[in-house]
Design a protein around this ligand. Sequence first.
Ligand code: PHE
Length: 366
Amino acid sequence: PATAQGGGAPPAGDDVIVLGEVGALTGGQATFGISTRNGIALAVKEANAAGGVKGKKLVVRVYDDQSKPEEAAQAVTRLITQDKVVLILGEVASSSSLAMAEKAQAAGVPMITPSSTNPSVTEKGENIFRVCFIDPFQGFVMAKFARENLKLNKVAVLQDNKSAYSIGLTEVFRQKFAELGGKITATESYSQGDTDYRAQLTAIKKTQPEGIYVPGYYSEVGIIARQARELGLKVPLMGGDGWDSEKLFELGGSAIEGSYFSNHYSPDNPDERVKKFIADYKADNNGAVPDALAALGYDAARVAIEALKKAPDTSGPAVRAAIAQTKDFPGVAGNITLDAKRNAVKSAVVLKVQDGKSTYVTTISP
Ligand code: PHE
């Protein structure tokens, strides 16, 4: 079962407002959940230092879903029935957010996913929000970059058929790349957790692509990169936000160098607001540089806190209505205005893997 974490948060009482959080603190997506956790913790610490909300301190009840959608759904049920949270923050992986959104929507408890990009997540209903862009845009970004910047004509795709995120991004990329005059030479699949991708990569190699789009998560992508190079596939790899983890460089080593991925944020951003966030985050996290998950976790929590302040009370309908009104909110991963479909419309950055880290290349706007 999902395990509770978060330093023994006190139960709901008159003096506190309890927020729920569900994340992958262990398993194949652990860096996603940990970074998000740290970003949310910083936002809550700042809000409490500034007096809390409605004269009460905020506490966060956190559950580890072990990178599994079933566990994420169970955790939401607990947050709602046992912990009586006023709203829920999470998840990162779209498949987990989809499982959670179902429950949160049915119970009328608002949920904000910091970073799930699959369009279906917020389509679960009026209580479900996100503070990031969606995959029809993200897929377009890399298709455009592949065609116009890298000047690629022929690209193969390798998707994770266990991830709603990967399946959705594959569909959009294939369509946009073709619309821009490119050719998709092959589409191969793997299942999250696989360790041998040689059969798919061999099939891809036969079609002689000039690049390979791998819209998966870092745990698998790092190994895929190594096996691709071992098989003599030297073309650039391209991916999406799911690559964003320190672990990608560890797993991929030199094989991932020279690859590109789209993301929500770059720590190279010289904006004062971003610089302050990076400094504060580093101070709380042993010098770690915040990744996009940390930035979006921080932004999602701040949007939630702002809504709790504005709402007349902390009931589901009141908080939901306040979140829906989010407009020009100054996030560290871009300004946030929620549209009628409860999604944020924002630019994306393209990053290049270079010298064991990701380096800013360009920004692409909707
Ligand atoms: N967008 C991914 C998904 O929906 C999650 C993700 C976001 C991963 C940002 C890394 C960085 O599954």
